[in-house]
Design a protein around this ligand. Sequence first.
Ligand code: SAH
Length: 323
Amino acid sequence: MKLDRAGLTGLLQADDAAFAPVFERAGEVCRAQFGDTVRIRALLEFSNHCKRRCRYCGLNCANTALPRFRLTPDDMVHTALEAARCGYQTIVLQSGEDPFFTPDLLASIVGRIKRAAPGLAVTLSCGEFPAEAYRRFRDAGCDRYLLKHETADPDLYAALHPDSSLEERVGCLRAIKAAGLEAGGGFMVGLPGQTAQTIADDLLLLQSIPCDMAGIGPFLPHPDTPLGAEQPGSASLTLRAVALARLLLPQANLPVTTALGVLDPQAAGRVYEGGGNVVMRKVTPPHLRKLYQIYPASFPETTIEEGRRALEQSLRARGKIPV
Ligand code: SAH
């Protein structure tokens, strides 16, 4: 099995029977690394304001149909501590690119959380900043930064992102690594114009950084975006991409993405057998969960504690050990 560009492209296009041993092997590599454990993370979406116009994303600033919200720093700290109290050991703070949250403000929020809960790992996922901002986040105690490269095809990237280039995006990922943060990358499967070869390049890009984690999820059309009439990405191709990512990056954290769970809950369950070892649960205030609308979806409006318990139960029912 050759995991170069041609080999990966071939495997992504192979028939199911030919891919089955690859899927199995990805599961074995994952078990050798993590046993039956699944790492669970709390996800706090703290602002859906965004200055960008990414053509697939419902948060893009041209979408005037979406009511916007922004949590206060106090509410963010409070929610992070509540997540820690409910057993979470990692909180992911995610937002659109909201100019209200300057690097200084984000660093001060991270610092407050770390002082109150030193054992809680803090991940930021708030988009592109100059390299010095990532160093600031690290100095404030931030542990990881999530910034998907979205697609490794520079022309497709430029067509989808009027405000940025693939080069800038990858430059940010390298700056994140250089700052000493764990780098989380990732991409979407099924973007209009993407080919199997693009996905092969996506996978090789993750390896070249190298990413410490990688979120790989299907593209889901949002009706109030320019891509609203397109088809969603394929769940089975997403499963293949995760399995191949596991073979390329044996030690990486590979989440079962929320987008895959929305598209096809059964396929999402299968990711645990083919390389996935992480899952995130929203701890965003319940009435705001549906407003963090990168794609349309509804989420249970349970409390942080109830959500955590339900997730642990569903993992145990599949023979997994939540950690
Ligand atoms: N502003 C931050 C967070 C973006 S939202 C940043 O730039 O990194 C988090 C992720 O949601 C994005 O990286 C993208 O991969 C995904 N996403 C956005 N719109 C989507 C859509 N329509 N379908 C599937 N995933 C989407």
